[in-house]
Write a protein that binds this ligand. Structure first.
Ligand SMILES: Cc1cc2nc3c(=O)[nH]c(=O)nc-3n(C[C@H](O)[C@H](O)[C@H](O)COP(=O)(O)OP(=O)(O)OC[C@H]3O[C@@H](n4cnc5c(N)ncnc54)[C@H](O)[C@@H]3O)c2cc1C
Length: 342
Protein backbone atom coordinates (compact mmCIF):
# COMPACT_ATOMS: atom_id res chain seq x y z
CA UNK A 1 0.00 0.00 0.00
CA UNK A 2 2.78 2.40 0.98
CA UNK A 3 4.62 1.72 -2.26
CA UNK A 4 1.60 2.49 -4.41
CA UNK A 5 0.85 5.64 -2.43
CA UNK A 6 4.44 6.81 -2.72
CA UNK A 7 4.43 6.03 -6.41
CA UNK A 8 1.32 8.22 -6.83
CA UNK A 9 2.81 11.07 -4.79
CA UNK A 10 6.13 10.91 -6.64
CA UNK A 11 4.45 10.88 -10.04
CA UNK A 12 2.24 13.85 -9.17
CA UNK A 13 5.16 15.74 -7.67
CA UNK A 14 7.29 15.09 -10.76
CA UNK A 15 4.45 16.40 -12.93
CA UNK A 16 4.40 19.59 -10.81
CA UNK A 17 0.85 18.93 -9.54
CA UNK A 18 1.64 18.80 -5.83
CA UNK A 19 4.38 18.87 -3.25
CA UNK A 20 4.61 16.31 -0.51
CA UNK A 21 6.66 15.77 2.63
CA UNK A 22 7.03 12.75 4.90
CA UNK A 23 7.16 13.01 8.65
CA UNK A 24 6.42 16.72 8.46
CA UNK A 25 6.19 18.89 11.63
CA UNK A 26 2.68 20.27 11.96
CA UNK A 27 4.10 23.00 14.19
CA UNK A 28 5.28 24.55 10.90
CA UNK A 29 1.78 24.34 9.48
CA UNK A 30 -0.50 25.53 12.31
CA UNK A 31 -0.59 29.25 13.04
CA UNK A 32 -0.23 28.52 16.77
CA UNK A 33 2.99 26.65 15.98
CA UNK A 34 2.39 23.42 17.91
CA UNK A 35 1.77 19.79 17.00
CA UNK A 36 3.83 16.73 16.22
CA UNK A 37 4.54 15.29 12.80
CA UNK A 38 2.18 14.11 10.06
CA UNK A 39 3.13 10.93 8.23
CA UNK A 40 2.41 12.78 5.00
CA UNK A 41 1.86 16.47 4.41
CA UNK A 42 0.56 17.15 0.90
CA UNK A 43 -0.13 20.45 -0.86
CA UNK A 44 -1.92 19.94 -4.20
CA UNK A 45 -1.71 22.80 -6.71
CA UNK A 46 -5.13 22.39 -8.34
CA UNK A 47 -8.58 21.00 -7.66
CA UNK A 48 -8.21 17.89 -9.83
CA UNK A 49 -5.03 16.94 -7.98
CA UNK A 50 -6.72 17.60 -4.63
CA UNK A 51 -9.48 15.15 -5.57
CA UNK A 52 -6.98 12.55 -6.81
CA UNK A 53 -4.84 12.97 -3.69
CA UNK A 54 -7.87 12.59 -1.40
CA UNK A 55 -8.82 9.35 -3.17
CA UNK A 56 -5.30 7.96 -2.82
CA UNK A 57 -4.89 9.15 0.77
CA UNK A 58 -8.15 7.41 1.66
CA UNK A 59 -6.80 4.10 0.36
CA UNK A 60 -3.63 4.63 2.37
CA UNK A 61 -5.26 5.36 5.73
CA UNK A 62 -6.60 8.36 7.61
CA UNK A 63 -6.54 11.83 6.11
CA UNK A 64 -7.71 15.34 6.81
CA UNK A 65 -8.21 18.27 4.47
CA UNK A 66 -7.18 21.59 5.98
CA UNK A 67 -6.75 25.18 4.88
CA UNK A 68 -4.28 27.44 6.65
CA UNK A 69 -4.61 25.59 9.99
CA UNK A 70 -5.44 28.90 11.68
CA UNK A 71 -8.17 27.33 13.79
CA UNK A 72 -6.50 23.98 14.47
CA UNK A 73 -4.60 22.59 17.42
CA UNK A 74 -2.75 19.42 16.43
CA UNK A 75 -1.85 16.76 18.96
CA UNK A 76 1.77 16.71 20.17
CA UNK A 77 2.08 13.20 18.72
CA UNK A 78 1.12 14.56 15.31
CA UNK A 79 -1.33 13.06 12.86
CA UNK A 80 -1.26 9.40 11.99
CA UNK A 81 -2.07 9.69 8.28
CA UNK A 82 -2.11 12.34 5.56
CA UNK A 83 -2.69 16.04 6.07
CA UNK A 84 -3.77 17.65 2.78
CA UNK A 85 -3.62 21.42 2.71
CA UNK A 86 -5.41 23.52 0.09
CA UNK A 87 -3.25 26.61 0.61
CA UNK A 88 -1.70 26.34 -2.86
CA UNK A 89 -5.07 26.18 -4.66
CA UNK A 90 -5.70 29.86 -5.07
CA UNK A 91 -7.84 31.36 -7.82
CA UNK A 92 -10.59 33.93 -7.83
CA UNK A 93 -12.51 36.01 -10.30
CA UNK A 94 -15.86 36.91 -11.77
CA UNK A 95 -17.91 34.67 -14.05
CA UNK A 96 -20.63 35.85 -16.37
CA UNK A 97 -20.93 32.56 -18.27
CA UNK A 98 -20.86 29.00 -16.94
CA UNK A 99 -17.53 27.23 -17.47
CA UNK A 100 -18.70 23.69 -16.75
CA UNK A 101 -21.82 21.61 -16.14
CA UNK A 102 -22.02 22.49 -12.46
CA UNK A 103 -21.82 26.21 -13.17
CA UNK A 104 -24.64 25.75 -15.69
CA UNK A 105 -26.75 24.53 -12.77
CA UNK A 106 -25.65 27.59 -10.78
CA UNK A 107 -26.73 30.01 -13.52
CA UNK A 108 -30.02 28.20 -13.98
CA UNK A 109 -30.83 28.11 -10.24
CA UNK A 110 -29.65 31.53 -9.09
CA UNK A 111 -30.80 34.62 -10.89
CA UNK A 112 -27.75 36.85 -11.30
CA UNK A 113 -25.69 38.28 -14.13
CA UNK A 114 -22.39 37.56 -12.50
CA UNK A 115 -20.86 35.64 -9.62
CA UNK A 116 -17.68 36.28 -7.67
CA UNK A 117 -15.92 32.96 -7.11
CA UNK A 118 -12.88 31.68 -5.23
CA UNK A 119 -11.25 28.27 -4.98
CA UNK A 120 -10.87 26.65 -1.56
CA UNK A 121 -7.29 27.74 -0.91
CA UNK A 122 -7.88 31.42 -1.68
CA UNK A 123 -6.59 33.64 1.09
CA UNK A 124 -9.41 35.64 2.73
CA UNK A 125 -7.44 38.92 2.67
CA UNK A 126 -6.99 38.40 -1.12
CA UNK A 127 -10.73 37.82 -1.50
CA UNK A 128 -11.44 41.01 0.42
CA UNK A 129 -8.91 42.98 -1.63
CA UNK A 130 -10.22 41.63 -4.94
CA UNK A 131 -13.75 42.60 -3.86
CA UNK A 132 -12.49 46.12 -3.16
CA UNK A 133 -10.86 46.34 -6.61
CA UNK A 134 -14.09 45.16 -8.24
CA UNK A 135 -16.21 47.51 -6.10
CA UNK A 136 -18.09 44.67 -4.33
CA UNK A 137 -19.17 45.38 -0.78
CA UNK A 138 -19.75 42.84 2.01
CA UNK A 139 -16.27 41.33 2.19
CA UNK A 140 -14.60 44.07 4.26
CA UNK A 141 -14.67 42.16 7.57
CA UNK A 142 -12.71 39.26 6.05
CA UNK A 143 -9.71 41.48 5.27
CA UNK A 144 -7.44 40.30 8.06
CA UNK A 145 -8.53 36.77 8.88
CA UNK A 146 -5.53 34.51 8.13
CA UNK A 147 -7.65 31.78 6.58
CA UNK A 148 -8.61 30.10 3.34
CA UNK A 149 -12.05 30.28 1.77
CA UNK A 150 -12.59 26.52 2.38
CA UNK A 151 -11.72 26.75 6.07
CA UNK A 152 -13.76 29.93 6.47
CA UNK A 153 -16.86 28.35 4.96
CA UNK A 154 -16.51 25.35 7.28
CA UNK A 155 -16.54 27.58 10.37
CA UNK A 156 -18.51 30.56 9.04
CA UNK A 157 -15.58 32.84 9.75
CA UNK A 158 -16.24 36.51 10.10
CA UNK A 159 -15.42 39.71 11.90
CA UNK A 160 -16.76 43.22 12.44
CA UNK A 161 -20.33 42.37 11.49
CA UNK A 162 -19.51 40.40 8.35
CA UNK A 163 -19.47 36.62 7.82
CA UNK A 164 -18.33 34.57 4.85
CA UNK A 165 -21.85 33.15 4.54
CA UNK A 166 -23.37 36.63 4.04
CA UNK A 167 -22.89 36.68 0.27
CA UNK A 168 -22.39 32.98 -0.35
CA UNK A 169 -24.83 31.48 -2.85
CA UNK A 170 -23.32 28.09 -3.71
CA UNK A 171 -20.39 25.76 -3.21
CA UNK A 172 -18.81 23.26 -5.49
CA UNK A 173 -17.95 20.30 -3.29
CA UNK A 174 -16.40 16.86 -3.66
CA UNK A 175 -17.96 13.90 -1.87
CA UNK A 176 -15.21 11.29 -1.39
CA UNK A 177 -17.70 8.60 -0.43
CA UNK A 178 -19.58 9.00 -3.73
CA UNK A 179 -16.48 9.98 -5.71
CA UNK A 180 -18.38 12.87 -7.23
CA UNK A 181 -18.42 16.65 -7.37
CA UNK A 182 -21.63 18.61 -7.06
CA UNK A 183 -23.00 22.11 -6.63
CA UNK A 184 -24.82 22.77 -3.36
CA UNK A 185 -26.87 25.87 -2.71
CA UNK A 186 -27.18 28.29 0.17
CA UNK A 187 -30.65 27.05 1.16
CA UNK A 188 -29.26 23.58 1.90
CA UNK A 189 -26.56 24.93 4.25
CA UNK A 190 -26.90 26.12 7.83
CA UNK A 191 -24.82 28.95 9.21
CA UNK A 192 -24.79 30.63 12.58
CA UNK A 193 -22.17 32.34 14.73
CA UNK A 194 -18.87 30.51 13.88
CA UNK A 195 -20.86 27.44 12.97
CA UNK A 196 -21.52 25.83 9.63
CA UNK A 197 -23.09 22.62 8.38
CA UNK A 198 -20.51 22.48 5.58
CA UNK A 199 -17.79 19.84 5.77
CA UNK A 200 -19.44 17.85 8.53
CA UNK A 201 -20.11 14.77 6.40
CA UNK A 202 -16.66 14.52 4.87
CA UNK A 203 -17.45 16.71 1.87
CA UNK A 204 -14.60 18.85 0.61
CA UNK A 205 -15.13 22.45 -0.42
CA UNK A 206 -13.64 23.05 -3.86
CA UNK A 207 -15.00 26.44 -4.88
CA UNK A 208 -17.27 29.09 -3.38
CA UNK A 209 -19.62 31.37 -5.34
CA UNK A 210 -20.78 34.71 -4.00
CA UNK A 211 -23.54 37.09 -5.04
CA UNK A 212 -22.21 40.55 -5.66
CA UNK A 213 -23.42 43.87 -4.33
CA UNK A 214 -21.87 46.97 -5.84
CA UNK A 215 -20.63 49.60 -3.41
CA UNK A 216 -18.51 52.72 -3.33
CA UNK A 217 -14.81 51.81 -3.52
CA UNK A 218 -13.95 54.70 -1.21
CA UNK A 219 -16.35 53.45 1.44
CA UNK A 220 -15.21 49.84 1.07
CA UNK A 221 -11.56 50.91 1.39
CA UNK A 222 -12.37 53.01 4.46
CA UNK A 223 -14.17 50.07 6.14
CA UNK A 224 -11.20 47.78 5.43
CA UNK A 225 -8.76 50.28 6.93
CA UNK A 226 -11.03 50.75 9.94
CA UNK A 227 -11.28 46.97 10.51
CA UNK A 228 -7.51 46.57 10.24
CA UNK A 229 -7.00 49.39 12.75
CA UNK A 230 -9.50 47.87 15.22
CA UNK A 231 -7.75 44.50 14.99
CA UNK A 232 -4.29 45.99 15.53
CA UNK A 233 -5.54 47.95 18.53
CA UNK A 234 -7.33 45.08 20.26
CA UNK A 235 -5.54 41.83 19.34
CA UNK A 236 -2.00 40.54 19.75
CA UNK A 237 -0.15 40.87 16.45
CA UNK A 238 2.97 39.06 15.29
CA UNK A 239 2.58 36.21 17.80
CA UNK A 240 1.58 32.61 17.24
CA UNK A 241 -2.06 31.91 18.02
CA UNK A 242 -5.20 30.30 16.67
CA UNK A 243 -7.22 33.51 16.95
CA UNK A 244 -10.09 33.63 19.44
CA UNK A 245 -9.78 30.51 21.55
CA UNK A 246 -13.30 30.33 23.01
CA UNK A 247 -16.68 31.08 21.53
CA UNK A 248 -18.82 33.97 22.65
CA UNK A 249 -20.98 32.57 25.49
CA UNK A 250 -24.76 32.50 25.06
CA UNK A 251 -26.26 35.74 26.52
CA UNK A 252 -28.53 33.78 28.88
CA UNK A 253 -25.71 31.77 30.44
CA UNK A 254 -24.12 32.22 33.87
CA UNK A 255 -24.53 34.51 36.86
CA UNK A 256 -26.61 37.56 35.99
CA UNK A 257 -23.83 40.11 36.45
CA UNK A 258 -21.62 38.28 33.92
CA UNK A 259 -24.24 37.68 31.24
CA UNK A 260 -23.67 39.12 27.79
CA UNK A 261 -19.92 39.49 28.28
CA UNK A 262 -17.45 38.17 25.71
CA UNK A 263 -15.08 35.30 26.51
CA UNK A 264 -12.19 37.79 26.55
CA UNK A 265 -13.93 40.06 29.07
CA UNK A 266 -14.73 37.11 31.37
CA UNK A 267 -11.14 35.84 31.24
CA UNK A 268 -9.92 39.36 32.00
CA UNK A 269 -12.37 39.65 34.93
CA UNK A 270 -10.92 36.40 36.30
CA UNK A 271 -7.50 38.07 36.30
CA UNK A 272 -6.08 35.58 33.85
CA UNK A 273 -4.45 37.89 31.31
CA UNK A 274 -0.78 36.97 31.15
CA UNK A 275 -1.38 33.63 32.96
CA UNK A 276 1.04 30.93 31.76
CA UNK A 277 1.32 27.16 31.57
CA UNK A 278 4.66 26.08 30.12
CA UNK A 279 5.10 27.97 26.86
CA UNK A 280 1.40 28.83 26.54
CA UNK A 281 0.10 32.16 27.76
CA UNK A 282 -3.14 34.12 27.88
CA UNK A 283 -2.30 37.22 25.85
CA UNK A 284 -1.86 40.36 27.92
CA UNK A 285 -3.61 42.31 25.16
CA UNK A 286 -6.70 40.15 24.66
CA UNK A 287 -7.97 37.57 27.16
CA UNK A 288 -9.43 35.30 24.49
CA UNK A 289 -6.11 34.74 22.73
CA UNK A 290 -3.92 31.88 23.91
CA UNK A 291 -0.49 32.45 22.46
CA UNK A 292 2.58 30.31 21.92
CA UNK A 293 4.68 32.71 23.97
CA UNK A 294 8.05 31.01 23.66
CA UNK A 295 7.60 29.72 20.12
CA UNK A 296 8.43 26.28 21.53
CA UNK A 297 5.18 25.65 23.34
CA UNK A 298 3.46 22.24 23.21
CA UNK A 299 -0.18 21.48 22.57
CA UNK A 300 -0.28 19.92 26.05
CA UNK A 301 0.57 23.35 27.53
CA UNK A 302 -2.16 25.03 25.49
CA UNK A 303 -4.76 22.48 26.53
CA UNK A 304 -3.72 22.66 30.19
CA UNK A 305 -3.95 26.45 30.09
CA UNK A 306 -7.36 26.29 28.39
CA UNK A 307 -8.58 23.91 31.13
CA UNK A 308 -7.42 26.33 33.86
CA UNK A 309 -9.15 29.23 32.14
CA UNK A 310 -12.38 27.26 31.81
CA UNK A 311 -12.27 26.19 35.47
CA UNK A 312 -11.72 29.76 36.72
CA UNK A 313 -14.39 31.30 34.51
CA UNK A 314 -16.90 28.65 35.54
CA UNK A 315 -16.08 29.05 39.24
CA UNK A 316 -16.42 32.86 39.16
CA UNK A 317 -19.04 33.49 36.48
CA UNK A 318 -20.95 30.20 36.17
CA UNK A 319 -20.23 30.11 32.45
CA UNK A 320 -18.85 27.07 30.63
CA UNK A 321 -16.59 28.38 27.89
CA UNK A 322 -16.58 26.31 24.72
CA UNK A 323 -13.66 26.10 22.32
CA UNK A 324 -13.84 27.92 19.02
CA UNK A 325 -10.58 26.22 18.03
CA UNK A 326 -10.64 22.63 16.84
CA UNK A 327 -8.43 19.90 18.32
CA UNK A 328 -7.09 17.36 15.86
CA UNK A 329 -6.24 14.15 17.71
CA UNK A 330 -3.38 11.87 16.78
CA UNK A 331 -5.66 8.93 16.13
CA UNK A 332 -8.31 10.88 14.26
CA UNK A 333 -10.90 9.03 16.33
CA UNK A 334 -11.92 11.13 19.27
CA UNK A 335 -12.91 14.50 17.85
CA UNK A 336 -15.31 12.89 15.41
CA UNK A 337 -13.24 14.42 12.61
CA UNK A 338 -15.25 13.73 9.58
CA UNK A 339 -12.29 13.84 7.21
CA UNK A 340 -10.08 11.75 9.42
CA UNK A 341 -10.67 8.30 8.05
CA UNK A 342 -9.86 5.03 9.69
C1 LIG B 1 -4.54 35.75 14.25
C2 LIG B 1 -5.85 35.08 13.96
C3 LIG B 1 -7.00 35.84 13.85
C4 LIG B 1 -8.23 35.23 13.59
N1 LIG B 1 -9.32 36.02 13.49
C5 LIG B 1 -10.50 35.45 13.21
C6 LIG B 1 -11.68 36.27 13.02
O1 LIG B 1 -11.65 37.48 13.12
N2 LIG B 1 -12.85 35.63 12.73
C7 LIG B 1 -12.94 34.27 12.59
O2 LIG B 1 -14.02 33.76 12.30
N3 LIG B 1 -11.85 33.49 12.75
C8 LIG B 1 -10.65 34.04 13.04
N4 LIG B 1 -9.55 33.25 13.21
C9 LIG B 1 -9.71 31.78 13.18
C10 LIG B 1 -9.55 31.14 11.78
O3 LIG B 1 -8.86 31.98 10.89
C11 LIG B 1 -10.90 30.75 11.18
O4 LIG B 1 -11.55 29.79 11.97
C12 LIG B 1 -10.79 30.22 9.75
O5 LIG B 1 -12.08 30.01 9.24
C13 LIG B 1 -10.00 28.92 9.61
O6 LIG B 1 -9.64 28.81 8.23
P1 LIG B 1 -8.42 27.92 7.77
O7 LIG B 1 -8.28 28.04 6.30
O8 LIG B 1 -7.22 28.22 8.55
O9 LIG B 1 -8.99 26.47 8.12
P2 LIG B 1 -8.32 25.36 9.03
O10 LIG B 1 -8.05 25.91 10.37
O11 LIG B 1 -7.19 24.74 8.29
O12 LIG B 1 -9.52 24.31 9.10
C14 LIG B 1 -10.69 24.60 9.81
C15 LIG B 1 -11.71 23.48 9.53
O13 LIG B 1 -12.13 23.52 8.18
C16 LIG B 1 -11.87 22.27 7.53
N5 LIG B 1 -11.50 22.59 6.14
C17 LIG B 1 -10.56 23.48 5.73
N6 LIG B 1 -10.57 23.56 4.40
C18 LIG B 1 -11.49 22.69 3.96
C19 LIG B 1 -11.98 22.31 2.66
N7 LIG B 1 -11.51 22.86 1.53
N8 LIG B 1 -12.97 21.39 2.58
C20 LIG B 1 -13.46 20.82 3.71
N9 LIG B 1 -13.05 21.11 4.95
C21 LIG B 1 -12.08 22.05 5.07
C22 LIG B 1 -10.75 21.63 8.34
O14 LIG B 1 -10.74 20.22 8.20
C23 LIG B 1 -11.12 22.07 9.74
O15 LIG B 1 -12.16 21.26 10.21
C24 LIG B 1 -8.31 33.82 13.45
C25 LIG B 1 -7.14 33.05 13.54
C26 LIG B 1 -5.92 33.67 13.79
C27 LIG B 1 -4.68 32.83 13.87
Amino acid sequence: MDTLYLQFLNEMQNKGSLKYYRNYPLSLVSTIGTGGRADFYVTPYDLQTLIAAVNEAEKHGKYIVIGNASNLIFDDRGFYGTVLSTVKIRALGVIRQPRNEEEKVLFSRVEAEEFFYATCGTWLPSLSLAALNLGYSGFEGLCSIPATVGGAVCSNAGAFGCEISDNLVALQIYRPTLKKTEMIFRNSMLFSYRKSSVGKCGEIVLCAYFAVKKGSKTEIREKIEQNKRKRTESQPMGVKSAGSYFKKPAPSEGKICYRGKSAGELIDLCGMKGYKVGGAQVSGKHGNFIINATGLCRTADIKALARSVKRKVYAKCGIKLKEEVEYIPYSGKKSGKRKAKE
